[in-house]
Structures are given as C-alpha cells and as structure tokens.
Design a protein around this ligand. Structure first.
Ligand SMILES: [Fe+2]
Length: 346
C-alpha cells in the first residue's frame, strides 16, 4: 500500500495535537475491510512521533452469532481484543465503540480514544484548532454549572430544559488527556435534560437539518413537548409527515423522547455542506452537527449519557437562528454568539 503524503502529514498534525510522544503506545482499531489506508497511515504517523503502534482488526459485525454472545457491539464478548486496547496509551477508533461498555472499560484503563469516521476531505476541511478546544471546553463548563436552558426563535420555538442530572460531553476533535474520548472532526458540547424536564415548543424551520436524511427542512414543523416527550407534531408540508413516519416505523414510543442538547462551535464546519458537497454519499454529518452557532436539538435515546432510554430511533436536528440562555447567561442571539468568550479569536 502506498502512502498518501497529504494524509500522512494531516494525521501527524492531528497526533501532535493529541500529544502523542516517544515511548507511547498507539493502537488502531478497525472492523472488516474498512479504512485500511487510514490504519496504516495513522501507524506511520504515530511511529514518526516515536510511538509504538499496532493494528487490531476484528470482524465488523462481531463474533456474536457464532459465539452466542449477546451484545450490540463488534467487541462484545471479545475480551482478548478489549484487553489489547486497554494496554495502549491511545486508541484510534475506526470501528465505532461509541459510548459502549467496552469503550468505558478501555477509557477506565487510561487509554484516550479518538474516533475517526469521516473521509479525508472532511477531516481536512474541519481540522481542529486550540481555539476551538478553548471554546468547546468553556461551553462544557457553562453547561455544567447551569440549572436551566431556554431556547427561543423568531419561528416560534420557546422551550426549557431542566439540567443537572446528566454529565456534559465536549467534542473538539482531538484528545490528549488520559482516558478522554473525542471525535475528529467535531466542535460542540452537549448534555441532556433531567428526566422529564423538557417543556415547550420547538418549531423546525426551513434550513434546519434532518441529519438522518441529509436533508434541509423545507416547511415548518411544530413539535409540542411535555415532560421530556414530543406529544404533538404539526406541519402542513412533507417534513412533518417524514418525521412522524420515521419515528413511528420503530414501533417504540420512546422515539418521541427528547435526547441530547447543546450548540456547535466549529467555524470551519459548513451549514451549506449538504447542498454543496459533491461527495455526500461518502460523508457522515459532522459539518451539520458542528457548524458555528447552531443549536443541536435531538430526539430519542438518552442512554449515551447514562439515562435509561436506549431506543435506536435517533434524530439529530441542528437548528439555525436560535437564541439560547443558560439561566440568565445569554449565549446565542438568533444564531450568533453573544457571549464574548465563545467567539472565535483571530
Ligand atoms: Fe445525536
């Protein structure tokens, strides 16, 4: 396999932000035939910084059926693989451990984990900066100390989230702290409401994004929310029908629950990417989730942050042009940061 020098340089810069250093052990985890060039290039980049590296490849869909092991994950029941990852200082996760019990074990052993799933061109477009980290970590601190979030918009959104029960997660696109997980690329902080404590109305407006369908909302949809659940979906266009049809297809009323909430901070992420990209079928939705000044609203599970709702029905819906307050602290005004410390420093 030949080495793409541009990929090598980019991965090296990323691992430098992650403070990979001489004597460290960097493991790459992948499933099936996915991303072999990423695995090789990450190892070469880590070696160039003095690290020892290895690549752990597992069957993409796990050993579950043959071994008779229950679990939702390719590493479920594969303790030798988990143990091998626990011995690393850093794991590059090309497989997707996402908030699983296996991921928690590896983090608890001290390994920091970097999830990578976007193609090279998106990794490049949204490359993280230390200033992004500063703003996302401040967002996490502000969310951690707030009791209530209020979101409004000219379109008619007015909703309140009671906070405090659940932790706050920051994602800025690299990680150098022992046991900390992050995702390259990203750029947001989020938490979720205390059980039952979301009340009000969210109006999805044209330009908001249904990430599950890589599609912009084209007609307003009014979601009435009581005690943490959507109790009514109104809208005369196709979008209200799409949302209802999709959630109902899971045959799980917990799909109408409200999930994580936060805001996007990555000034390199583009709201218009879904319209402008010529390679959308290769991409995930990190541009949409991360763009600067969005309110990242979502529905469905809350198990990622320790709640009991583990429905597989999840919708991420980044909203434009919202105003947001944490208690009396004004964060966003119509999609623009007004908190001075959350603004990009030149
Ligand atoms: Fe989500």
């Amino acid at each position: 396999m030949s080495v793409d020098i541009e990929m090598f340089e980019l991965f090296k810069q990323e691992l430098q932000l992650c403070k990979v250093s001489k004597g460290e052990v960097v493991a790459v985890l992948s499933g099936g035939n996915d991303h072999p060039e990423f695995a090789q290039t990450f190892m070469l980049a880590a070696q160039s910084l003095g690290a020892t590296t290895y690549h752990l490849n597992v069957p993409k869909y796990g050993q579950l059926k043959l071994a008779g092991v229950q679990g939702r994950h390719a590493l479920s029941g594969n303790q030798p693989a988990i143990d091998a990852l626990k011995r690393a200082d850093m794991v590059i996760d090309l497989l997707g451990l996402l908030f699983s019990a296996e991921q928690t074990q590896i983090q608890a052993a001290g390994a920091r984990i970097l999830r990578v799933m976007e193609p090279l061109h998106v990794l490049k477009q949204m490359f993280p900066t230390e200033d992004l980290r500063r703003r996302v970590e401040l967002s996490r601190t502000l969310l951690s100390s707030a009791k209530e979030m209020r979101i409004t918009s000219a379109g008619g959104t007015d909703v309140r989230y009671g906070l405090k029960q659940y932790p706050v997660i920051s994602e800025y696109g690299y990680t150098f702290e022992k046991g900390r997980w992050d995702h390259w690329p990203s750029g947001f902080a989020f938490t979720q409401a205390t059980d039952g404590e979301v009340n009000g109305t969210v109006v999805l407006m044209p330009g908001d994004i249904l990430c599950a369908f890589k599609k912009y909302i084209e007609s307003p949809v009014t979601l009435k929310i009581e005690k943490g659940y959507i109790v009514d979906v109104q809208g005369s266009g196709t979008d209200a029908l799409l949302i209802k049809s999709y959630i109902d297809s899971f045959n799980d009323p917990r799909g109408y629950a409200i999930s994580h909430i936060g805001w996007g901070s990555n000034e390199r992420a583009k709201w218009h990417n879904i319209a402008a990209s010529t390679r959308l079928n290769e991409e995930h939705v990190m541009h949409s989730l991360s763009f600067y000044g969005n309110v990242l609203f979502s529905t469905g599970p809350n198990s990622e942050l320790g709640g009991e709702n583990d429905t597989p029905c999840h919708l991420d819906i980044p909203l434009r042009d919202c105003s947001l307050w944490l208690d009396d602290l004004h964060i966003l005004e119509e999609g623009e940061f007004v908190h001075p410390e959350l603004m990009v420093r030149a």
